[in-house]
Design a protein around this ligand. Structure first.
Ligand code: SF4
Length: 697
């Protein structure tokens, strides 16, 4: 077969770097697209090695079922698709007869294409008629999304193109380390810094991103809300509020002004550990610039007060008059490859396509019309991700779970409990490309296509809808997720409502999203090809798309953005005598999410990266720990072991661990599943732990 070049995108993070995949003769190879407008010729090590997984020897090539049906201690054995699909359909029918429709649940992922995410939401509501569907984006973007909807009436990660980062004169970056997580994006930060921009990074660790900044604030994890309120207090005190903007484009400032009055700098310093001089330098740096951006990410958002923390930074941005101004605004940096699109089209427990709401009668009627069903057939909103997982197998909980593109046995908080709940299910079905830690626990495992073997669209961190193009066929005998859903819907008597053709699914998604907040009606595959992606909202085929939001107003009833008073409360779990240190978690450059894919990459640059616990030399000395010792971390929920990485890049009271591993080094054996009351986001980024030295084998 002759080699053919296909322009497509990296399968991993939300930057969705453009690549050229050369397929035909195997193994396939890849190189970056020099002209794609986000990566402009750059790739990180994950992207460079992505093609090595296409022919990986551990790849799943046949469905697997238990040797003894219902006995998960018996080995998985290969079977044919009809046997596997019949078993799943029979299990769904049996569960719903015994426990009702909500006895079956669906769990999706931010790695699914828009077409797959849309189809999964529809599959749950139309084929299964269950309320129980949510996805791993609940663990990722939900707090910033909730805050964005409350403040601006819309949730789009960046309301401006990534390239604007190079043009702005000041950036306040909170809880993000793009130098490690998406290195090609650093070209925009670097260009801004070279042009004299002020970059202030907020992170408990001196990361590569923080190290290159103008100013690094190093707060206690979980105190960012107090920090933001303290900054706003100083903005008001220093007379730096953009009063015209606040009067003309916002509502609710008076209550917020009263609310931050008590955030005196010395009080904020006591809470956060950030000095008064640094607080002052931050507000003066932001206010002195003609253009400025405030960007948050998971470090600020994955807390029991994550939504209010994001809102506190929105309040700061509004007081400075940033959203809608050229090269300015508030944004959040999405993590997963299709974290943005995955939350727009119905995978969330409370949402229908186009960001329509399942609880809104008019929205229900519109989408039901597109789907050809009675609105009364649509279920009500279901449980959020962790709430659904927490009740699996229990009274009123789901008994059968269908899971796509997610590895919750590694990525969920308090993962030991989640593994126990998975064991209590009557039927667990996992679709994946490898035997992930979750697939190892399943009754039925379905092999699926990889990124280079399927057509579809993804929506990147800017809201740019791009095409994932098929460069080569999947191995013989593999169905992609659209085909699997169609085959199951056929067996459940709803097959006529489903298509396995991505173009047909995308056309239906366009109709279902038309008139919604995330309006894709004017986006076609042909336009994406011709324009290097199209930014939503894009209501008609002659609409140019919307790279920049808010220039002329906000999509709210009165066109204004909302200030909202938010107050600091300590993290749900703080250090005490038994668990005296703060644990925070994050990502490494060489690994991606739960590591199902990147831990299998044969490149030494990736496979040599091991799970390490980063701690300060002062703390290491006090505990008798030396670099490379084995240490055990314990929290109220579990234990995990890591090699110690002693470094003065971290606060003395804080320990950092990466979350890419399961087993004995599972960071999420430690994390706290307490939920943000608004977004239902777990508190991944701050809990209390103890640390002891085990030895140095
Ligand atoms: Fe680009 Fe992200 Fe892929 Fe790295 S992982 S190549 S930054 S899309």
């Amino acid at each position: 077969m002759p080699s053919v070049d296909t322009r497509t995108h990296c399968p991993y993070c939300s930057l969705q770097c453009g690549i050229v995949l050369t397929a035909g003769a195997r193994p396939a190879t890849l190189r970056p697209q020099e002209d794609f407008p986000t990566n402009r010729g750059g790739l990180c090590s994950k992207g460079w090695n992505a093609a090595t997984l296409l022919d990986h020897p551990q790849r799943l090539l046949q469905p697997l079922v238990r040797t003894v049906p219902g006995d998960r201690s018996s080995p998985l054995r290969p079977t044919d698709w009809d046997t596997a699909l019949d078993l799943i359909a029979d299990g769904i029918v049996a569960t719903q007869e015994k426990y009702g429709r909500d006895g079956v649940g669906c769990f999706g992922g931010g790695g699914l294409t828009n077409e797959q995410a849309y189809a999964f939401g529809k599959f749950a509501r139309v084929a299964l008629r269950t309320a129980m569907i949510d996805y791993n984006g609940r663990f990722c973007m939900s707090s910033a999304a909730t805050a964005g909807n409350r403040a601006f009436g819309i949730d789009r990660g960046l309301p401006f193109p990534l390239a604007d980062l190079a043009e702005t004169q000041a950036i306040l970056l909170v809880g993000s380390n793009p130098a490690a997580t998406m290195p090609p994006a650093m070209q925009y930060f670097d260009a801004g810094r070279a042009a004299g921009a002020t970059h202030i990074v907020v992170d408990p660790r001196r990361t590569a991103t923080a190290g290159g900044s103008s100013l690094h604030l190093q707060p206690v994890p979980g105190t960012d809300l107090a920090l933001a309120n303290g900054l706003l207090h100083l903005v008001i005190k220093e007379g730096l509020v953009d009063t015209d903007y606040v009067a003309e484009r916002t509502r609710g400032f008076a209550a917020v002004k009263a609310g931050v009055a008590s955030y005196w700098p010395d009080r904020v310093e006591r809470i956060t550990g950030v000095g008064v001089d640094q607080l002052l330098a931050t507000v003066r740096g932001l206010a002195a610039a003609d253009s400025a951006m405030i960007l948050t990410a998971r470090g600020a958002e994955q807390h029991s007060s994550g939504t209010d923390t994001a809102q506190a930074f929105v309040n700061l941005a509004l007081a400075l008059g940033l959203p809608g101004r050229p090269f300015s605004g508030y944004g959040t940096i999405t993590g997963q490859g299709n974290g943005q699109g995955g939350r727009e089209h119905g995978q969330k427990a409370d949402q229908l396509p186009g960001y329509r709401k399942l609880a809104d009668p008019a929205h229900r009627a519109y989408v039901a019309g597109v789907w050809g069903i009675d609105p009364d057939e649509l279920p009500e909103p279901g449980l959020s991700a962790y709430e659904m997982l927490d009740r699996m197998g229990a009274e009123g909980g789901v008994r059968t779970l269908l899971l796509m593109a997610s590895n919750i046995a590694v990525s969920a908080p308090d993962v030991n409990r989640v593994r126990d709940r998975l064991a209590a299910l009557d039927l667990l079905v996992v679709s994946d490309i490898f035997l992930s830690e979750t697939a190892e626990l399943a009754d039925v495992v379905l092999p699926t296509a990889q990124w280079a073997e399927e057509e579809g669209t993804m929506t990147n961190l800017e809201g740019r809808v791009i095409r994932r193009r098929r460069a080569l066929p999947p191995p013989n005998g593999i169905l992609d997720d659209l085909q699997t859903m169609k085959a199951l819907a056929d067996r459940l008597g709803r097959g006529s409502s489903f298509s396995a053709d991505p173009v047909e699914v995308f056309d239906e998604l366009r109709r279902a999203s038309a008139g919604g907040i995330a309006d894709y009606a004017g986006i076609t595959y042909e336009r994406i090809d011709a324009e290097d992606g199209v930014f939503w909202p894009c209501p008609t085929e002659d609409h140019p798309g919307t790279p920049r939001l808010f220039a002329d107003g906000f999509p709210t009833a009165d066109g204004r953005a909302s200030f909202l008073r938010v107050d600091y409360a300590a993290p749900a779990e703080t250090p005490d005598a038994s668990y005296p240190y703060v644990l925070t978690t994050g990502r490494l450059m060489a690994q991606y999410q739960s590591g199902t894919q990147t831990r299998r990459v044969p490149s030494p640059a990736q496979s040599s990266v091991q799970p390490e616990a980063q701690l300060h030399p002062d703390l290491a000395r006090a505990l008798g720990v030396e670099n490379a010792d084995i240490v055990e971390l314990s929290s109220r929920r579990g234990t995990a072991t890591f090699r110690a990485k002693v470094s003065d890049d971290i606060r003395t009271d804080t320990v950092f661990v990466p979350f890419h591993w399961g087993g004995v080094s599972a960071a999420n054996a430690l994390t706290n599943p307490v939920l943000d009351p608004h977004s239902r986001m777990p508190a991944f980024k701050a809990c209390a732990v103890n640390l002891v030295r085990l030895g140095n084998p």
